[in-house]
Design a protein around this ligand. Structure first.
Ligand SMILES: C[S@@+](CC[C@H](N)C(=O)[O-])C[C@H]1O[C@@H](n2cnc3c(N)ncnc32)[C@H](O)[C@@H]1O
Length: 344
């Protein structure tokens, strides 16, 4: 099911409201003086307003799963996303009669795919009301409501008792957490003893040089354009997982392991000649942007829509730059177990 361009921001009550929210978000969070600490302190607003604004454009340009994936030559974009999601189900050995949590579930693309693939019941956790409304609609349309439900809360403080889940996974969402140790402590609390966690984290790789001004600019722009307080180094992630009490079984950047294929950032830079990925490619985004500009002038989409599209276009360019330099990965894979007898 694909979104149409005319669907974008269709539910916005008033054009002025969207325009003022974009301005407010930019004013509050592009302020480098407040920097990362300010964004971390206000992380719920930082991410929530952002996802209110970008979700329709994400769905239009990318689909129902808001993440990247390694892709083999000859594999379709959709198949690569599904394979990346199913890999988590496979590693967690999910099956019927199991209950898992998907932390930061977006509009539920990976939640539904993992449920469909494994037969497990999944609780998608998200603090964004608009995304959860879309997630519920899409889940009903997919006839998966018997397996999938959603919980609206901050994943730093999930509204569920200790030892609830047989497995927890997260797809490119724990990178939004204001505090790495905090998100992994919460996952630890929620998991039953002896059960496992599997995560795709965003990380700056060992090639990232904090003394290189260009690398620092790229990192800052990727963070701002994706509403993330700070992108961690692999070591920080590993330390946070261990400090939470987990046995860290595996932690690795999946990208270098892959057979020669299509880099994760290719859909952002592709030529647009592939009809399937035309929307996310450079030329496709330009076309979308120009169309939105016209629709905004004709008052058919709310004022501010083009500004959101510009932000996403700039972010796509800088993410591709980070990918080409290999200073960043969106697929640092973490697999960890909560001990049978946790200490303390
Ligand atoms: C890059 S998107 C990935 C979404 C989803 N995992 C997917 O792959 O389609 C990050 C998601 O994390 C959610 N998120 C960010 N901060 C959160 C928080 N504090 N609590 C719950 N969800 C959060 C966002 O609303 C968004 O849905």
């Amino acid at each position: 099911m694909t979104s149409k361009l005319t669907d974008i921001l269709k539910d916005a009550k008033s054009g002025d409201e969207v325009a003022s929210r974009v301005r407010d978000w930019e004013r509050r969070f592009s302020d480098t003086a407040r920097g990362r600490e300010g964004r971390a302190a206000d992380y719920q607003d930082y991410e929530n307003i952002y996802y209110d604004l970008v979700t329709d454009l994400f769905e239009y340009g990318w689909g129902k799963s808001f993440h990247f994936a390694p892709r083999a030559a000859g594999e379709s974009f959709a198949a690569s996303l599904a394979r990346h999601e199913r890999y988590l189900a496979h590693r967690l050995q999910l099956g019927p009669d199991m209950l898992a949590a998907d932390l930061g579930c977006g509009v539920g693309g990976p939640t539904r795919e993992v449920a469909r693939f494994s037969g497990a019941r999944i609780v998608g956790v998200n603090n964004n009301a608009y995304q959860l409304k879309r997630a519920a609609e899409l889940t009903e349309a997919a006839h998966l409501s018997h397996l999938v439900e959603y919980l609206k809360c901050d994943f730093m403080n999930v509204d569920a008792p200790d030892n609830t889940f047989d497995a927890i996974y997260s797809v490119e969402s724990t990178c939004c957490a204001p505090d790495k140790a905090g998100i992994y402590r919460e996952a630890f609390r929620l998991l039953k003893p002896g059960k496992c966690l599997a995560v795709y984290e965003w990380c700056m790789t060992d090639r990232f040089d904090a003394d290189n001004p260009d690398h620092r600019r790229i990192k800052a722009e990727v963070e701002y354009g994706n509403a993330m307080p700070n992108i961690a180094r692999p070591q920080e992630v590993d330390d946070a997982v261990r400090q939470a009490g987990f046995d860290l079984i595996e932690a690795r950047d999946m990208e270098p392991d892959l057979p020669p294929g299509i880099p994760w950032y290719e859909p952002l830079v592709g030529t647009g000649l592939s009809f399937a990925r035309v929307r996310s490619s450079t030329s496709g985004r330009r076309l979308t942007h120009a169309t939105l500009w016209l629709l905004e002038r004709l008052r058919l989409v709310p004022r501010g829509t083009t500004r959101i599209s510009s932000l996403l276009n700039c972010t796509a360019v800088v993410m591709a730059e980070a990918g080409r330099l290999r200073i960043f990965t969106p697929m640092y894979f973490v697999y960890a177990r909560k001990p049978e007898c946790p200490e303390g």
